[in-house]
Design a protein around this ligand. Structure first.
Ligand code: SF4
Length: 692
């Protein structure tokens, strides 16, 4: 009998361990890994259906140049030749790479090394910009580093779990199952959900605050003032480990409960109840994800949450702390290797460029940040970037102003796409298509939301000519004339990545996994960083201070809630998000009918009051429209949605501009600090569509 192979789920940032057992008939049995510390054997609906998504049907398994199948040699020569010609004629900033939180750490590492170390541009960004960039920016402002302080276990040890802008029940189901199981065992664990929608989480919560869109800074500024007035700020922690308390309190001073209620659309009773619960509970974890991050005030929202934890010293100890949950399987790994345009490898800043250049022996290290995702596609659209290489992502569907992204690629001189499928809306626009290996076919590592590095392992042979992304990147790097890309395996890349994290005594920083360089890669067990050679690794950060700012103190920031944003005309505020059983643009989950049984088509959730006002009937098709685009979707009339707003899932795609592409309806508005797009707040008009 074939032994199960230990690997990791390719979907969300929970990072569940999976046992994959290949069968004689070519199928595979999937089960949760009982030994993996993220899930202890659990899987959600998406993870359970993985076996149904791995058929080779529809895969493009041979490279293509201008739509014609070609050999790897010709395709790699063509890709490298076009990149070289553009770099020589227009400089390194005329090329860009747009990656993905689906890439494995080893793929990400060599992509970053090629772009920032050898081509000499920081124009490498990722769809993780759409996912957690505001959390990264907030962490860096407060902690001096992009460090998630806690662990999943803290959510089970807490007496109060506050979910802000996070429908964990659908988007990170196994983590939510862990919280519910903890509450079953310990009924005094309470859950507060802060979300404009009455989500599944809200229905199981002790308190749901249906906050107005972008009301979070006001809510947490008010909470901060309330904590001060209630006398529960931790004077010793503040004095020993933070700066900025006076200015932050001054900024929050006016945010009385009644003013918070006015700014957030909540009742004063609900606001007061939440504030009292938070005030009275030491073991509190505040979990947040896209409802916080995907906003023009996303970074301020993050810091408003962090202020409350820093001011009370409720951080880095069992059962307490702020907790940013990443959306993608390797969003955290991308942060580790510098997959964002404003970071270097191993959590280093551009100040550390010389150190990275020494380690890589890099001839042309980038010394300043590159263009973030939305700006990158602007630059592609106006011709400043003349070649873009897109890996494992579908920006024509997922970026805001998605029609503009489509046009930018259509007008771009050279579009190279590495993907499993040549049929995505983005891959169809490729001049050069490079067939990439997928989940179960390639090996590497991913890091989940609690900083735990786990192996993904191949359990199937490479199909056709498909190759791992790291191999493709290294082949092109070598054709560009660069040395340092002659790895024989992902194990060698991982060892180099681990060495860099401790290079020249960087072990004093947060991200140090240098000890993993010595461990056997094939049998590598899940490991939570830091894993330094010095043996000073910690499960949690900051319980006793030790922040990564120059003076070792965290920054408590003065924050002002943002003025209302003008999103243009339109009757309804547009909110977007995920459904339970689909993932991103459905290139994988769309392959099994089982996962479409939950929701089979794109829809718009609309309140009965608005439906009546706009003459929209239940299940009728409705046209959502604004200056950016149009979508035609099914109306789901429900009081789960607030009056004056509409929710559309972000998964569906299509051949034409008139589809369920929710992000085609969102303008290119971004957070000024993080560059993360405001995917939760647009404006649309809604009209019924009469079908003859
Ligand atoms: Fe996969 Fe996330 Fe579901 Fe776990 S919770 S099985 S990582 S999709």
């Amino acid at each position: 009998m074939t032994e199960p192979i230990r690997t990791t789920c390719p979907y969300c940032g929970v990072g569940c361990g999976v046992l994959a057992t290949p069968q004689d008939d070519g199928s595979v049995l999937i089960a949760g890994d009982p030994q993996h510390p993220a899930n202890f054997g659990r899987l959600c609906s998406k993870g359970s259906a993985l076996a149904e998504t791995i058929s080779l049907e529809g895969r493009q398994l041979v490279p293509m140049i201008d739509g014609v199948e070609a050999s790897w040699s010709d395709a790699l020569d063509a890709a490298a030749g076009r990149l070289r010609a553009i770099i020589d004629a227009h400089g390194p900033d005329a090329v860009a790479l747009y990656g993905s939180g689906q890439l494995l750490t080893e793929d990400y590492y060599v992509a970053n090394k090629l772009m920032k170390g050898f081509i000499g541009t920081a124009n490498i960004d990722t769809n993780s910009r759409l996912c957690m960039a505001s959390s990264v920016a907030g962490h860096k402002r407060a902690f001096g580093s992009d460090t998630v302080p806690g662990t999943y276990e803290d959510l089970e040890l807490a007496d109060l779990v506050v979910l802000v802008g996070s429908n964990l029940a659908w988007c990170h189901p196994v983590l939510y199952q862990r919280i519910l199981a903890a509450r079953d065992a310990r009924p005094d664990l309470r859950i507060v959900v802060i979300d404009p929608r009455r989500t599944n989480c809200a229905e199981t919560a002790d308190l749901h605050l249906p906050i107005a869109s972008d009301g979070d800074v006001a809510l947490f500024a008010g909470l901060f003032a309330h904590l001060s007035n209630a006398g529960v700020l931790d004077a010793r922690f503040i004095a020993d480990h933070t700066t900025g308390i006076s200015d932050a309190l001054d900024a929050a001073d006016d945010w009385t409960i009644s003013r918070v209620a006015e700014a957030t659309g909540l009742s004063t009773a609900d606001v007061a109840m939440f504030f009292d619960m938070f005030t009275a509970t030491e073991r509190v974890v505040t979990v947040y994800s896209q409802g916080v991050n995907q906003s023009t005030s996303g970074t301020d929202k993050v810091n408003a949450i962090l202020n409350c934890h820093l001011g009370t010293g409720r951080i880095g100890r069992p059962g307490m702390g702020p907790f940013s949950i990443t959306g993608q399987p390797n969003a955290m790994g991308g942060r580790e290797v510098g997959g964002l345009a404003n970071m270097l490898a191993a959590h280093m800043e551009f100040d550390d460029a010389d150190r990275v250049a020494r380690f890589w022996n890099a001839p042309a290290i980038a010394t300043k940040p590159g263009l973030k995702a939305v700006d990158m596609f602007d630059a592609i659209g106006d011709g400043r970037i003349k070649a873009v290489w897109i890996m494992a992502t579908n920006p024509v569907v997922s970026l805001p102003d998605a029609d503009a992204a489509r046009k930018a690629l259509a007008d771009c001189d050279t579009v190279i796409v590495s993907d499993m499928f040549a049929t995505t809306d983005t891959a169809r626009m490729a001049n050069i298509f490079l067939p990439a290996a997928g989940w179960g076919e390639k090996s590497g590592t991913v890091t989940n939301s609690e900083r735990r590095i786990s192996r993904q392992r191949a359990f199937r042979p490479l199909p056709g000519d498909a190759r791992p992304d790291w191999w493709i990147i290294c082949q092109i790097a070598r054709r560009l004339g660069f040395s340092g890309f002659d790895y024989a395996s992902p194990a060698e890349i991982f060892a180099e990545h681990a060495e860099l994290s401790g290079f020249e005594n960087r072990g004093s920083r947060d991200f140090d996994i240098s000890a993993l360089a010595d461990r056997d890669y094939e049998t590598l067990a899940p490991a939570q960083w830091p894993v330094p050679r010095s043996g000073r690794g910690a499960t949690r950060f900051f319980g006793s201070g030790g922040f990564f700012t120059p003076d070792g103190k965290a920054r408590i920031l003065p924050l002002a809630p943002p003025p209302p944003k003008d999103r243009g005309p339109g009757q309804l505020i547009l909110n977007t998000g995920r459904v339970r059983d689909h993932w991103h643009t459905m290139t994988r989950t769309g392959r099994t009918p089982r996962l479409s049984a939950h929701y089979a088509e794109p829809f718009a959730e609309i309140h009965p009051h608005d439906a009546e006002r706009l003459s929209i009937r239940r299940t009728q098709l409705v046209r959502l429209e604004n200056a950016y685009g149009t979508a035609i979707v099914r109306a789901l009339v429900t009081d789960r949605q607030q009056k004056g707003s509409v929710f559309v899932p972000m998964h569906w795609t299509g051949e034409t501009a008139v589809t369920g592409r929710a992000n085609a309806l969102l303008g290119p508005f971004t957070d000024p600090v993080s560059g993360q797009p405001a995917l939760k707040m647009g404006r649309v008009s809604a009209t019924p569509v009469d079908v003859a």
